[in-house]
Ligand binder design. Structure first.
Ligand code: BGC
Length: 701
């Protein structure tokens, strides 16, 4: 897959069509068809290119493939394909490349070259395929195709909001044959009839672009003409400069451990590829790999991906926060719908903070009956994730301007929601009922330790932000605070008296009230009882529900995020306890165990777990269905988790204002570790070699 934050294009083949899941997935463009799930939109496919012999398409049908290889060039963000196909005794070689333009992020470039070892007459077709792969209904309507001498154009609009979309493509060939045009209801193509000379390479370069909404078609044509003039290789070289710069600051080098190196390089490639281009969009849970999870933004972004951007690309980190600030109206609307004051952020956020999470996210694999889920209303910890990220950003960058630009208001609104949502159960006691922690298997629980701490933290961040801002500009701050003056008393009271988790006599933190009384069985016992492969284990009737088996890091995440809150002995006791009860049914889980373990000097014991979590997209070893719902795609939170474990776990990175510290918590398998971190415009180069840590400051560019 290639991506640039504006779009993702899946690693399918040039000749593939919607039946093979080709998707040019657009960030921030959503649509709903009838009652189906509202999801992100895939555009018309401008890379569709196919060779044909005597009217038969040349594809990778098994009996004819001599060789086939697909590669993802992580250093320059390029997808490369090489195939040799036997066509009636002649070997046809196909070499294609494509990359997402990282400078002009509405452009996509490809090159397609082919040759043969004996004379052969073939037809080459290349154009825009208007049949689009979709998960939940067909989103583009009123599709029309057009062409002129230089361009092919497909236009249409989304069903729900009638947002116009245009895909435009231009091509250049290195042979002197005039093409014919083929246009029907589903596509517009150019067709060349070629009598090929053996040994000669025939080349086609493709430059495509898109307009979403009211852009100017002539402007796009102009950019495409310039791209065509520049040529594919030149553009690729320009793009490589972007990647070189990004890799310089972002690379995490783990020496000679091939598996870890591959997994981390892949993870960082994905994170760079998905950096949000503006404050209008963020990063969906499955990145831009498609429509799974509705192309929506989850807490995954703030909790698992954000630290990477904070260290390497603070403009992207700021965009992630600004996206949430812009979504405040949607969050206020959601709070109101549930009868609360303030802002309750979307569990599955689409544009303007709209919550796309449905009440029935899953179904019973046996009966197909929808299962009522409470992710949307129970997972109030989403507010805390946003406040946590905002606080990290302000502390780290010293950039308080974001607080004036809606950040403080957002903190107030999220805090007002929390203060309203908790229940006062005694004069000096607030509790929080009916929630779901990160462990989604147990719903409607009371006093989830993670959630209560997040509530406390959000209120605390608000209060400390007011103090910080007052030092900066008292008048401006007071103007914002004034609006919420009458809410502050309750906020302060809740902050002081919210029930905080207390370890029991064994040092264990109970995940929620009554958790320790649940059946104490292992994940294996629960999994053995499954009737079908993708049966959902949680919810009302789930197999894990009456047990202590949890889906993902919950108390463990709390310990990762607040390292100073409990003594090391308590952290150790909880790591051991919860590790044996966690099913890791989410790809967000393993990295957090590995990270905590590293900090506690147990990196070796959890190294395999780190590798498994970091490699999910490479091994494909994850659930691609849960409770009847397809959930495959790219796992951006696992990518972020892999980064966090290495930098914050193995290297124990800590920052306090402009100070940076690191320590060696390295697993035996990794001897050397190097990475860079941006600290207020200065670049720190952190090295751990044979457990000796050095931090060198480099000149900034
Ligand atoms: C996890 C959530 C996560 C979501 C999207 C679910 O399986 O339990 O924590 O936000 O996937 O990645």
């Amino acid at each position: 897959m290639i991506a640039n934050g504006v779009y993702g294009y899946r690693g399918t083949l040039d000749e593939d069509d919607a039946t093979k899941g080709v998707a040019w997935n657009i960030n921030g463009l959503y649509d709903r068809v009838g009652e189906a799930w509202r999801e992100s939109v895939n555009l018309y496919n401008p890379l569709y290119t196919i060779l044909s012999y005597r009217g038969n398409p040349i594809t990778l049908s098994d009996d004819r493939v001599v060789r086939h290889k697909q590669q993802l060039g992580l250093s320059k963000g390029q997808h490369v394909r090489n195939s040799v196909i036997d066509v009636d005794g002649t070997q046809v070689h196909i070499h294609s490349e494509r990359f997402a333009d990282q400078h002009h992020r509405n452009l996509l470039h490809a090159s397609y070259a082919f040759s043969c070892d004996q004379p052969l007459t073939l037809e080459l077709y290349s154009g825009i395929d208007g049949i689009v792969y979709d998960l939940s209904g067909s989103h583009l309507e009123n599709t029309t195709f057009d062409y002129d001498e230089s361009f092919l154009i497909a236009s249409g609009q989304t069903q729900e909001q009638k947002i116009p979309v245009h895909v435009i493509k231009t091509m250049k060939v290195n042979f002197d044959i005039s093409p014919e045009i083929i246009k029907d209801n589903n596509k517009v193509l150019r067709r060349w009839q070629l009598t090929m000379e053996p040994g000669r390479t025939y080349k086609l370069s493709i430059h495509a672009g898109m307009i979403i909404g009211d852009g100017d078609i002539e402007d796009l044509k102009q950019s495409l003409s310039e791209a065509k003039k520049k040529g594919y290789n030149h553009l690729l070289a320009d793009n490589k400069e972007f990647w070189d710069e990004k890799w310089h600051i972002s690379d995490v080098d783990v020496g000679h451990h091939d598996k870890a190196d591959k997994a981390l390089t892949y993870a960082i490639y994905m994170l760079i590829s998905h950096r949000p281009p503006s404050e209008d969009v963020s990063i969906p849970a499955r990145g831009l790999s498609g429509q799974v999870y509705k192309g929506a933004v989850f807490w995954d972004t703030e909790m698992y991906m954000f630290p990477f951007y904070l260290n390497t690309d603070q403009a992207a980190a700021r965009n992630i926060l600004r996206y949430r600030i812009n979504g405040l109206s949607g969050a206020k609307q959601k709070a109101k719908e549930y009868g609360y004051k303030g802002a309750f952020y979307a569990w599955e956020s689409q544009e303007n903070g709209y919550d796309a999470c449905s009440d029935y996210n899953l179904s019973d694999p046996d009966t197909g009956k929808p299962v009522r889920t409470y992710f949307k209303e129970n997972q109030i910890h989403i507010n805390g994730a946003i406040a946590y990220a905002l606080n990290q950003y302000v502390k780290r960058t010293g950039d308080v301007s974001i607080l004036y630009e809606g950040g403080l208001e957002m903190l107030f609104e999220t805090a007002v929601f929390y203060a309203d949502r908790v229940k006062q159960t005694a004069k000096t006691k607030y509790e929080c009922f009916g929630v779901m922690g990160p462990d989604e298997y147990h719903e409607h629980v009371n006093n989830n330790a993670y959630t209560n701490v997040m509530i406390y933290h959000t209120l605390d961040v608000l209060i400390s932000s007011i103090v910080l801002l007052r030092k900066d500009d008292r008048e401006k701050t007071n103007a914002i605070v004034g609006v919420y003056q009458k809410r502050l008393k309750k906020i302060r009271d809740v902050r002081r008296h919210i029930l905080m988790p207390k370890p029991n006599e064994d040092g264990l933190i109970e995940q929620f009230d009554g958790y320790f009384e649940l059946n104490d069985v292992t994940p294996k016992t629960v999994l053995k009882k499954k009737r079908s492969g993708n049966e959902y284990l949680g919810g009302k009737d789930g197999l894990a529900t009456p047990t202590q088996v949890i889906k993902q890091a919950d108390v463990i995440l709390l310990l990762v995020l607040f390292p100073g809150m409990f003594p090391l002995s308590i952290q150790r006791a909880n790591l051991d306890y919860y590790a044996t009860r966690t099913e890791h049914g989410s790809t967000l889980s393993k990295a957090m165990y590995a990270q905590l373990a590293a900090r506690l000097g147990k990196a070796n014991d959890y190294f395999d777990m780190f590798l498994e979590g970091a490699s999910v997209d490479l091994t494909g070893e994850y659930k691609d269905h849960a409770g009847g719902t397809y959930i495959g795609g790219t796992h951006l939170a696992a990518c972020g988790g892999a980064y966090m474990t290495t930098v914050y776990g193995f290297a124990g990175l800590k920052h306090k204002k402009a100070m940076l510290m690191a320590e060696s918590n390295m697993p035996k398998a990794i001897r050397n570790l190097h990475f860079r971190v941006n600290m207020r415009g200065n670049i720190a180069y952190v090295t751990i070699r044979r457990n000796i840590v050095t931090i060198k400051w480099e000149e900034t560019t």
